[in-house]
Design a protein around this ligand. Structure first.
Ligand code: ADP
Length: 170
């Protein structure tokens, strides 16, 4: 069974097999976690993303899907890029957010990753309310069938950490 842990910190500094990137569908860089990962990991990650755009993902990575690359200079071995949905007031996109977590774990399983760190996908530039984002993250990982041993949620600030610990019952 997967053990779920929660820390406050920077996902680029995590010593885990794979870290998950809250990417955008272009895979060619953005702000937030994505910017931090490319800055800390170096150009090898962007090169791998460009290769993906030139091969399997010509139109970009669809929302709710995930794909792995090298982690470049990061302590992790792989970066799993996933595209969360933008928050919408008029449409319920929860299933896509759950899919981002589930698909990331499926890719982690394919890689044989035992430890995986996730950020709070969609809760930054994409505007998802933190409490609801934390609820979907925790519920989806709890229900996932995965060979990953540890899922570590890495939260950047205190409100995010508080939301995740509350949903985890910590
Ligand atoms: P999205 O576009 O999916 O909303 P963002 O990268 O803008 O993605 O934000 C997702 C979450 O990651 C936000 O809660 C943000 O505060 C957090 N975050 C930003 N930088 C880091 C980092 N270096 N490590 C962990 N979490 C981060």
């Amino acid at each position: 069974m997967v053990t779920i842990t929660c820390v406050r910190g920077d996902i680029t500094q995590q010593h885990v097999d794979a870290i998950v990137n809250a990417a955008n569908s272009s895979l060619l860089g953005g702000g937030g976690v994505d910017g931090a990962i490319h800055r800390a990991g170096g150009p090898e990650i962007l090169d791998a993303c460009r290769d993906l755009r030139a091969s399997h993902y010509g139109k970009g990575l669809p929302t709710g899907r995930a794909v792995a690359t090298t982690a470049g200079r990061l302590p992790a071995r792989w970066v799993i890029h996933t595209v969360g949905p933008r928050w919408s007031n008029s449409e319920d996109r929860s299933a896509l957010l759950a899919s981002s977590y589930r698909e990331s774990l499926r890719v982690a399983d394919e890689l044989g990753a035992m430890t995986v760190a996730f950020p709070a996908i969609s809760t930054g530039i994409y505007g998802w309310p933190m409490n609801d984002g934390a609820h979907i993250a925790v519920a989806t990982v709890r229900e996932a069938k995965t060979t990953v041993r540890e899922v570590r949620f890495v939260l950047f600030d205190e409100p995010a950490y508080a939301a995740f610990t509350a949903h985890l019952g910590l």
